[in-house]
Design a protein around this ligand. Sequence first.
Ligand code: PMP
Length: 428
Amino acid sequence: MAEKTAAWGLDSVEIEDAFLAKCPASLNLLDRARRVMPGGDTRQQAVGRPAPVYVRRADGASVEDVDGNEYVDGTNGWSAVILGHGHPAVTAAVAHASAQGALYTGMTERVVELAEALVARVPSVETVRLTNTGTEAVLLAVRAARAFTGRSTVVSLVGGYHGAIDLPEMGTFGPGAMYEIVAPTVAIPLDDLDRIDGLPWSDVAAVLVEPVLGAAGSFPVSPEMLRALRSRTLQEGALLIFDEVTTFRLSPGGAQERLGVVPDLTALGKVLGNGLAIGAVGGRADVMDVFSPDRRPRVRHSGTFTANPVSVGAALAVLPLVDGTLVEHVDTLGERFCHGVADVARRTGQPITVTGLGSLRNLHVGTTPPKAPGAAADEGEDLRLLSLGLATRGHLVSERCYLAFSSAMTERHVDALVAAIEDVLTCA
Ligand code: PMP
């Protein structure tokens, strides 16, 4: 007998069968992948259950899979592709840069231009270093904070995700996590201001915060919590680090500009390359000076591909396009999506709701948006089946129904997505 999910009554057999019937070529590729990659996957979460769609190409708001199915992309490279796929300005910049040699050992004028652009745009950034990923940017921010303060403890928020490093990912240590051995870490619950007093402040090097907890399900940190962390870190001689790898898209200067809270250090990534691999760490010049070659001892920061001309060329093309008007457009799509889902909940009586801020959104089970990660712990199967039902109807969202709107999308795409959500929920 078919299993129905607890909240939305979704039928797993019916939904999986309908999805798989449209994706035979993807299934074949998954079979091949399983023979040569552990679990058939090349990184966590690229492979959905029971199968991912294997993508052939993407253009603007749409993605085509190897079976020839067309989808509207709701997740956009885990939020990185804010301009939509294959944006002509980025494609041209990449082609131009790679034609001139993809990697040099020396510096380039363009790296200086990119650093100038970031300093001009992000409130906390007085000086900056480039990286290849958001993970490296966070790692370097933490390293800089430890070197500058001479302390070791890092405080983060429960549910915070800071990349593929052994910080307390999602509030738990996975097997093999080494971080705790070399440096103590403490995670406090989102918006629990009372916990701030009890932190071991004399050893706190940094408080590391994502202004919107993305991987945990798009939970905005309250401005009160951010302000409280800002003033307390200043009092205690600890540094405040914003992990803006995802939230950089919330205004031209990141969430810090939007929310009016300026950290000491900022980690950037994702939208900076609109799909090309690049990140950056920047902040107070006195702190960033720990990286200076003139410093003894200095904090190590190396990387074969760091500041490569292709990623730098892409970022220089991206930044001028991600202006206030563009952010307003993608934010409006996020708002429209929230209103649309609220209407679906009213019409269908199904407990479905949306969290997030601006263009960063996540669907959840519930009648009102949950305030913190884990509030609806058993929603995973409902969300997974909804994502499959949406894929069958031509909309790609992640398995946990994470969305990040791109400027290639229009109100029409959002309305079609909302209609598809209603269709899946009413077929239950
Ligand atoms: N921090 C946050 C908030 C992220 O969302 C991510 C990526 N999802 C990272 C860091 C790591 O970035 P990357 O995957 O580029 O290493």
